[in-house]
Design a protein around this ligand. Structure first.
Ligand SMILES: [Mg+2]
Length: 206
C-alpha cells in the first residue's frame, strides 16, 4: 500500500530559524531581538524601509548564516518512527539561493529521513513580475503540496495550514509561537506545540 505523504516545513519546524534571525540581526545591526519578536514581515521586525530591508535580506541569505541554525534534536526519533508508516518530504518557501546550504543542513541534522526536498521559489524574485518568473511567483506552498499530493502538512505558519486544509490536506500547526499562539483553528488544522505532540497526533492515527 502506498504510504501517505507528510510534508514538513523547515523554518521553525525543523530549524530554529527565528532564533537564528534574531541572533544575526543583533550581532549585525545592533538589535536586541528575541525569537519571539520574529515576524515574516522583516521590515516590521527591523523597522527598516523597503530598500534597506531588501539590502539586509541579501546579507542574511548567506550560507554561513543558514548553516549555523539550530535544529530540534527531539524531532529525530519522532521522524524516524513516522518514516516507517509515512513518506516524509520537506516543503519550504526558502529562497532557492540557499537551496544548497539547506540540503546540506538537512543532511547534517536529519540525514536519511526525507525522500525529497522541495522549494516553492516564491520569494526568489521580489518585485519582479516578469513573464519568465510568473510560474514560480505564483506557486504557493499550497500549490506545491497539491503537486506532491501530500496528505499532511507540518508547518508553523497559519496561512499555509489554513490554505492547505481547504484542499483536503490535514494540517498540523507546529509550535508555541507568538505568530500563531492565540488563533482559533478550523477543523482541518490541529495545533501541536512541540514534537512530542506531533508524535501523539500521529499515534492516534495508527
Ligand atoms: Mg516555517
Amino acid at each position: 500500500m502506498k504510504k501517505p505523504i507528510i510534508a514538513v516545513d523547515v523554518d521553525d519546524v525543523l530549524a530554529k530559524s527565528a532564533q537564528g534571525f534574531a541572533d544575526f540581526s543583533n550581532a549585525m545591526w545592533g538589535h536586541s531581538l528575541t525569537a519571539d519578536d520574529f515576524d515574516e514581515d522583516w521590515m516590521k521586525v527591523w523597522g527598516t524601509d523597503l530598500a534597506e530591508t531588501r539590502r539586509r535580506a541579501e546579507i542574511f541569505h548567506n550560507d554561513e548564516v543558514f548553516s549555523g541554525f539550530g535544529h530540534f534534536p527531539e524531532a529525530i526519533s519522532v521522524l524516524v518512527d513516522l518514516k516507517q508508516r509515512y513518506k516524509l518530504v520537506v516543503a519550504t518557501s526558502r529562497r532557492t539561493v540557499v537551496e544548497g546550504v539547506t540540503r546540506q543542513w538537512l543532511d547534517t541534522h536529519y540525514g536519511g529521513i526525507f525522500d525529497g526536498v522541495f522549494f516553492t521559489g516564491i520569494y526568489d524574485v521580489p518585485g519582479d513580475t516578469g513573464e519568465r518568473h510568473r510560474d514560480r511567483l505564483t506557486r504557493t506552498k499550497n500549490d506545491l503540496l497539491l503537486e506532491l499530493k501530500a496528505d499532511y502538512l507540518i508547518d508553523d505558519q497559519l496561512k499555509h495550514c489554513f490554505a492547505t486544509g481547504e484542499h483536503g490536506v490535514e494540517a498540523i500547526l507546529f509550535g508555541n509561537y507568538p505568530w500563531s499562539r492565540h488563533r482559533e483553528l478550523p477543523a482541518h488544522v490541529t495545533r501541536c506545540r512541540d514534537w512530542a505532540e506531533v508524535e501523539a497526533y500521529f499515534a492516534k492515527r495508527g
